[in-house]
Design a protein around this ligand. Sequence first.
Ligand SMILES: Cc1cc2nc3c(=O)[nH]c(=O)nc-3n(C[C@H](O)[C@H](O)[C@H](O)COP(=O)(O)OP(=O)(O)OC[C@H]3O[C@@H](n4cnc5c(N)ncnc54)[C@H](O)[C@@H]3O)c2cc1C
Length: 410
Amino acid sequence: MTTVVVGAGIIGTAIAYELQKRGRQVVLLDKGEVGRGASYGNMASIAVTEFMPASRPSIWKQIPGWMLDPEGPVRVRPAYMPRLLPWFARFVAASRPAKLRQLEAEGAVLCKRVYDDLMPLLKETGLEGELTEEGCLSLYSNEAEFRADREHIDILERFAFPHQLLTGAQARELEPALSDSIGIAVLFPQNRSLRDPFRLVQRLAERFVALGGEIRRGAVAGFERSDRITAVRLIGGDPIAAEEVVIAAGAYSGRLSKMLGEPMPLETERGYHTQIMSPGITMRHSIIWPARAFMVTPTAGGIRVGGTVEMAGLDAAPDYRRSKITVRRAQTALPDLRCANFTEWMGHRPAFPDTVPVMSASAKVPGVFYATGHGHLGVTYAATTARLMGDLITGATPPIDMRPYRVDRF
Ligand SMILES: Cc1cc2nc3c(=O)[nH]c(=O)nc-3n(C[C@H](O)[C@H](O)[C@H](O)COP(=O)(O)OP(=O)(O)OC[C@H]3O[C@@H](n4cnc5c(N)ncnc54)[C@H](O)[C@@H]3O)c2cc1C
C-alpha cells in the first residue's frame, strides 16, 4: 500500500517518517527542496504558550488601524482585501466569547502534549542537544502594556502553563543585552527553541529515507479517483499511484483541497525574518514584545529577528521593508543589536480563521487526509501532528478527541 504525503515541510516530513515507521510504504512529494517552505526560516520556538486564538476582539478591532499603517504589526495589502473578506468574516465569527473559550481549549490540548511527542522525535533524529534549555521572555515597557496582554496570561493561568513574573531588572539579569526601558517581563520556561528548525526537517527526511521511504520532486496538478483516491497527477510527470494521500502542503493545501472538491478557508499569514550573522550581542533566551509584535531567537547561525503578519496571498512578491521595520523594533529592546551581516527571508504560515489546525480524514474522498493550518505553531505542533495523523491513518485510536480538528468544521 503506497501512501503519498504531499509537502515536505516540517508537517509532511514528520508524518511521512511516522507512517514509514509504522510500516506504510511512503512517498514524500514536494515541488521544491525538502524543508524550504515556512519550515525553513521560522522563529524556531516551541511556543507552547501561544495557542490563544488570533480572533480575539482585542486583535481584530485594531485591524482597520493597522491597515492604514504600513509599519503596523499586521499589514493587509489593500489590493488583497477583497479576496480576504470571506476569510475575515469567519475570523470575526470565531471571536464570540463561547467560541474563543472552545478554541483556547482545543489549542491547549495540543500544547499540553507537545514535549511528550517532541522529545522522542528529537532523540531519534539525534537532535536533543539542539533544543535550548532557556525559555522565552515576554517584554513590557510598563504596567499599561502588561495589562493589555493580561488576557494572554489569564489563559495560561487557566490552563496551568508555567510562567514567572519578573521585574525589568530581573529580566536584565537573565538577558543583559535588554534595554533599560523594559519595566516588566514574564518568563515562559517551556518555550524553548531549536538551534535550527530546518535541520530538524532535514534529519527527519534522512531518517525517513533510511527506513525505506522515497522522496520525489514534483508539483501536484490534480488527483485521480474512483470511489476513493487512486493517484496523484504531477505537472510534467507520470502519476503516482496511491491508496492514501496526505495533503500537508502548508499554505498551498487549500489549492489542493479545492482540486479534491473540498475547499478549505486557508490563508497565508506571510511572515519575515532577518538572520543576523554578526549581531554584536549574545543571547540565551528568545524574546517577544507583544506590543511591538516582534520576536528574537538566538539560533545556530546568529540572531534571528522576525514576526509580524502580512496578508497578501501566495503569489505577491516579498516586501522586505517588513523585515527592516521588525529589526528596528527589536533594536528598541536590544539597543546594541547591530544589523550588519544579514539575510532576509519570507515564509507562508498556513492559517485558518479559527486558529486551530486541520488534522483529519477527508469528508469527501476516502483515502485522503489533511494536516495543515498550523499557523504560528507548525514547529511546535509537528511531532504531535505526526503522532495523531499516524493514529488516524493507520486506524489506531488517537489519545485525544480529534473532532475539533476536522476538515468539515467550517
Ligand atoms: C516568520 C515565521 C515565524 C514562525 N515562527 C514559528 C515558531 O517560532 N514556532 C512555530 O512553531 N512555528 C512558527 N512558524 C510557523 C511554522 O513555520 C509553520 O506553521 C510550519 O512551518 C508549516 O509547516 P508545513 O509543513 O505545513 O508547511 P511548509 O513548511 O510551508 O511546507 C509545505 C511544503 O509543501 C510544498 N508544496 C506546496 N504546494 C505543492 C504542490 N502543489 N505540489 C507539491 N508540493 C507542494 C511546498 O513546496 C513546501 O515545501 C513561523 C512561520 C513564519 C513564516
